[in-house]
Design a binder for this molecule. Sequence first.
Ligand SMILES: N[C@@H](CCC[C@H](N)C(=O)O)C(=O)O
Length: 276
Amino acid sequence: MLLRFWKMHGLGNDFMVIDLVTQRARIPSQKISQWANRNTGIGFDQLLLVEPPSHPDMDFRYRIFNADGSEVENCGNGARCFARFVVDNHLTTKRDIRVETAGGPMTLHLADDQRVRVDMGPPRLTPDEIPFVAEVEATQYEVDVDGERVSLSAVSMGNPHAVVLVDSVDHAPVATLGPKLEAHERFPNRVNVGFLEVVSTHKARLRVFERGVGETRACGTGACAAAVAGIQQGLLESPVDITLPGGTLTLEWDGHQQSVIMTGPAERVFEGRIPL
Ligand SMILES: N[C@@H](CCC[C@H](N)C(=O)O)C(=O)O
């Protein structure tokens, strides 16, 4: 069969998006890594599936797969593209869209200026919820990496994130420390690794080495986790503009138990059909 898809991106974090509401298909995981290949496939960081909901109070089920084929709990830039996709493909007429993900429910809102505002839900900070191996919850942990001590914050936005403070993202060890922390034994489900540079109380810069992908142009959940980590340490105040290599996201967080709100763009690149 020929499967219809859209190629989309949020600040250069790019996606293949497939409507499985009006098309029926089962996608084998080896297809995902083939399609993700930037030389021999379509090329993307994540595959997003739009499915019917399994709960009556939800509008859609939102499933996410990394380029390596692993299914993950959440994707923030993908959530904004998901909202634009379901509206532009007339799968809903709502402007506030409730989606279920493996990381919990989220609400997506299409603003008049074409940006998308996403209620990402509250961050989870206890070691068990992340999951992260530690005796007690703290805002900073010391982790041994090849005999060196690295200070980091650990935050779950449905998916796990480590946030490392750096003086400058331009010189951050993204390509070396990123993969070591991604596979570190204290993160049993692996982890996304953000390198955060605080510019002022309302501005920061961030680079993210994503679990199952490598460094991406932007990571929405990574920006949420970085804002939470910075606010918790008293270095940042809500709202925060976080600039990633692909552009800027706005994050709002009013503290414990409150949702993180992320606002940013979502763009369609092209549409196509691919044999399955
Ligand atoms: N690009 C994403 C995050 C995608 C999932 C991540 N790589 C993981 O494994 O958790 C975002 O915008 O949040």
